[in-house]
Design a protein around this ligand. Structure first.
Ligand code: PGA
Length: 258
């Protein structure tokens, strides 16, 4: 167990979703930085909306906090109105969230699209944070395993063993996102360890599977973060609503520095 904990650096990403203008982001950063900059054990990433990436990236220069986007196109350029290409992000970001359930549900993102994006991210030196997770209906129908494994398998199709350790996977049950109703830590651990990591082991071998960071996401708050992080298989969190409040996000990151 301790071997795994040592190998995988805890990872906490804040998904700002469609919140924060550049001016508002400056205020939030002034509240976050004093608390976050002393936490060295955790890989911390902030994912603002596209227009706020550049100002956030300049304000974070010289800190260890990384910047990520929330989506991107898979082509490196082209006539795709309204889209943003991987090399455009790579100028300012190191990370990109891909396949978030809100993109799947509201913007028709498929496993095939997610797969193209994951591969494009890796090609352009971006760390993909690939989201998987079942809906409430799927959860109640008892098909969580099937859904999560299918999304993982299709999303990672064609990703070779040399690249897989750079991928971060976020298990985000859809029914827990933005609802205030988090999964139980034990339930999240069962999916992360028993389904996702065990699928990685079977397909990439144990050694490589042990290097992949797998996060939990869905109503993570200051008050419940430590429950999740007590499980060594849960390597951190993808945080939505609570990442917009310094008083919530800072304690979550601290809890991950176990
Ligand atoms: P939430 O969102 O923390 O607000 O539930 C998580 C996410 O969407 O990544």
């Amino acid at each position: 167990m301790s071997y795994e904990v040592i190998m995988r650096r805890p990872f906490v990403a804040g998904n700002w979703k469609m919140f924060k203008t550049a001016a508002e982001a400056r205020i939030l950063l002034s509240e976050l930085l004093p608390g976050l900059s002393s936490i060295k054990e955790v890989e911390i990433v902030l994912c603002p909306p596209f227009t706020t990436i550049l100002p956030v990236a300049s304000l974070l220069e010289g800190t260890a906090i990384g910047v990520g986007a929330q989506n991107m196109h898979w082509e490196k350029e082209g006539a795709f109105t309204g889209e943003v290409a991987p090399p455009m992000l790579a100028e300012f970001c190191k990370y990109v969230i891909l396949g978030h359930s809100e993109r799947r549900a509201y913007f028709g993102e498929t496993d095939d699209n997610v797969n193209r994006k994951v591969k494009a991210a890796l090609t352009h030196g971006l760390v993909p944070i690939m989201c998987v997770g079942e809906t409430l209906t799927e959860n109640e129908a008892g098909i969580t395993r099937e859904v999560v494994i299918t999304q993982t398998k299709k999303g990672l199709s064609g990703v070779d063993s040399a690249s897989i350790a750079s991928v971060v996977i976020a298990y985000e049950p859809v029914w827990a996102i933005g609802t205030g109703r988090a999964a139980t830590a034990e339930g999240a651990n069962n999916v992360i360890a028993g389904m996702i990591r065990s699928w990685l082991s079977q397909n990439y071998g144990d050694d490589i599977a042990q290097q992949v960071r797998i996060l939990y996401g869905g109503s993570v708050k200051a008050s419940n973060a430590a429950e999740f992080f007590q499980f060594p298989e849960i390597d951190g969190a993808l945080v939505g609503g609570a990442s917009l409040k310094a008083a919530e996000f800072i304690p979550i990151v601290k809890a991950a520095a176990r």
